[in-house]
Design a protein around this ligand. Structure first.
Ligand SMILES: Nc1ncnc2c1ncn2[C@@H]1O[C@H](COP(=O)(O)OP(=O)(O)OP(=O)(O)O)[C@@H](O)[C@H]1O
Ligand SMILES: [Mg+2]
Length: 251
């Protein structure tokens, strides 16, 4: 049975997509079978993975028109169910009873085929994020190392409460991952302390691994490659490898 992670933070630009892509690529390099799911109408993950958004997409899977297995495209880092702009209307399309369970149900027939399923979410707390939270085992919260980003995390915890109560009682928060982090600045250390406190309040941890700011991230995105193929030796790629090892409890 696969382990399903949702990468989420309703704050835009927190590093969700970058983290989702890096984790999928890193796990895939370790030999695991990985499925990525792009639930964001911006389709950033779909674009960077080099997948097409004009065929079967996550929206069709959510509305039940397409089986999840028929929407999977092959990428260099396993499979992906792509997003499309039409996902922006999901809150209007997906309204019937049981709407929170659409993704969970759709994934049931294929869960056994993957070691890991990584879900990228939009910067919003609507039906798409609720579907992701209902379908997953645990949540990874990337946060840019600044005060506003961290404040948003407490709001996310509020959203998770009803999900835990009604649709996914076993949901856990794996931890908070600081992105675009520069350990040398005093400000960053203060932010890390605050993040640690927030993690404590949410009953989760702050990952020891942090992800540094690096141009390789944007360059890899522009060239539609994963960090692991574009810049396998870059320090930021090593940061993600450390994070993955921590996530898997390998250290
Ligand atoms: N470690 C990093 N170093 C440099 N730039 C980064 C890093 N991580 C992310 N970025 C850049 O910051 C921007 C936001 O990152 P990303 O798209 O991963 O965030 P997101 O949370 O998915 O955003 P959204 O909420 O819009 O989906 C992107 O332009 C990305 O290239
Ligand atoms: Mg994104």
């Amino acid at each position: 049975m696969s382990k399903v992670y949702t990468i989420t933070n309703q704050k835009g630009g927190a590093g969700k997509t970058t983290t989702a892509l890096a984790v999928a690529a890193g796990l895939s390099l370790k030999g695991y079978s990985v499925l990525s799911i792009d639930l964001d109408a911006q389709s950033n993950m779909t674009y960077t993975a080099g997948a097409k958004a004009d065929g079967a997409t996550a929206l069709g899977v959510l509305t039940g028109e397409i089986r999840a297995g028929d929407a999977i495209q092959k990428t260099g880092s396993g499979g992906i169910i792509p997003a499309s702009k039409a996902l922006a209307g999901a809150d209007a399309f997906i309204t019937d009873t049981g709407k929170e369970y659409r993704l969970k149900e759709a994934l049931e027939p294929i869960r056994g085929e993957y070691d890991y399923i990584i879900i990228d979410t939009p910067p919003a707390l609507g039906i798409l994020t609720i579907n992701a939270l209902t379908a997953c085992d645990s949540v990874i919260i990337p946060a840019q190392a600044d005060i506003y980003s961290l404040q948003g995390i407490e709001q996310l915890a509020e959203t998770m409460k009803p999900v835990k109560k009604y649709t996914n009682p076993d949901l856990t928060i794996e931890g908070i991952l600081l992105t675009r982090y520069s350990p040398r600045s005093v400000l960053s250390r203060e932010v890390a302390e605050l993040a640690q406190q927030i993690a404590g309040k949410l009953g989760t941890k702050l990952f020891r691994a942090t992800i540094r700011e690096a141009v390789a991230v944007k360059e890899a995105q522009i060239s539609q490659q994963s960090l692991y193929s574009y810049a396998p030796k870059a320090k930021v790629t090593e940061d993600y490898s450390r994070f993955i090892a921590e996530l898997l409890g390998e250290e």
